[in-house]
Design a protein around this ligand. Structure first.
Ligand SMILES: [Zn+2]
Length: 277
């Protein structure tokens, strides 16, 4: 089955991962800007990163037959430095016209600080002004519920951004309903240990349905699995779910969400051959 991984940090992965993903049916990845594992020394470090995402990484992906899209922002961890964040936000528009940029992301909260909230709102202001899609990172573990509430409140107070143009990512059992009821898309992150397993994601699809629901691997430089979306497909098939439902979650939903970006163009390679899933 063809699938899309709507949240994966390919700069941290090898070309062998691209090949294994292509063999497993991956036709498109979307890569949000994130923390490099260390704080960058200044705004120019982000300019280099944005160039890497929009040129080198995109070409590396395309060489394996996988369309590459990305999202730009300063991540929540480094966004606690408001002065640095403002410099980075100011440089984002120069990259938006380039190929393969879907919008602003993954913005969000990490420790739910006042500075993080300030920078989150300034990213929203940019997205509202330029009519960009938004991808939101929600905090982990103990901070998740409170952080998700704060994020949903800030989004509700920004009427210029349609809820359907925002994806709330890393949802879990205690936050998925809040995000769906607010009218947003949601992403479930399939990690081997923390966040959500393929089995828990399948449970949530059974509970909440497939509308506006996506799954991703969030594969990065830590313990993660770039083939987590195929693991979800395997789990859903093992439970006897029909192919149309699975395809909706792993393929049609990300396409529908991304298609709200007017720059987004995607024709799967070898479409005539791949027409049967
Ligand atoms: Zn991420």
């Amino acid at each position: 089955m063809r699938y899309i991984d709507p949240h994966i940090h390919m700069v941290s992965r090898t070309t062998d991962d691209y090949k294994r993903m292509a063999l497993a049916g991956c036709v498109l990845v979307s890569e949000p800007a994130f923390w490099a594992g260390f704080d960058r020394s200044g705004a120019e470090g982000f300019r280099d990163y944005f160039r890497q995402l929009t040129t080198f990484e995109r070409n590396r992906s395309l060489a394996y037959g996988i369309e590459h899209q990305c999202w730009l922002c300063i991540n929540a961890k480094e966004a606690d430095n408001v002065a640095l964040a403002r410099e980075v936000i100011a440089m984002i528009p120069e990259f938006l016209a380039g190929p393969g940029v879907l919008g602003i992301g993954e913005i969000g909260l990490n420790k739910n600080t006042r500075n993080e909230a300030t920078v989150f709102l300034e990213h929203l202001e940019l997205a509202a002004r330029l009519l960009e899609l938004v991808l939101v990172h929600t905090p982990h573990l103990a901070d998740k519920y409170q952080g998700t509430r704060m994020i949903l409140d800030m989004l509700r107070d920004e009427p210029r951004i349609d809820p359907e143009r925002v994806c709330i990512d890393h949802v879990e059992e205690h936050t998925i309903r809040l995000a769906l009821e607010a009218g947003h898309w949601v992403g479930m992150t399939l990690y081997p240990i923390t966040k959500c397993t393929p089995s828990r994601a399948a449970d949530m699809v059974e509970t909440y349905g497939a509308e506006r629901v996506m799954v991703n691997s969030a594969g990065d430089w830590g313990h993660s699995d770039p083939l987590a979306v195929p693991e979800f497909i395997f789990e859903m098939r093992a439970r006897g779910h029909d192919e149309a439902l699975i395809r909706r979650v792993v393929y049609e939903n990300p396409l529908t969400f991304f298609s709200q970006c007017p720059r987004f163009e995607f024709t799967p390679r070898g479409d005539a051959v791949a027409a049967t899933p």
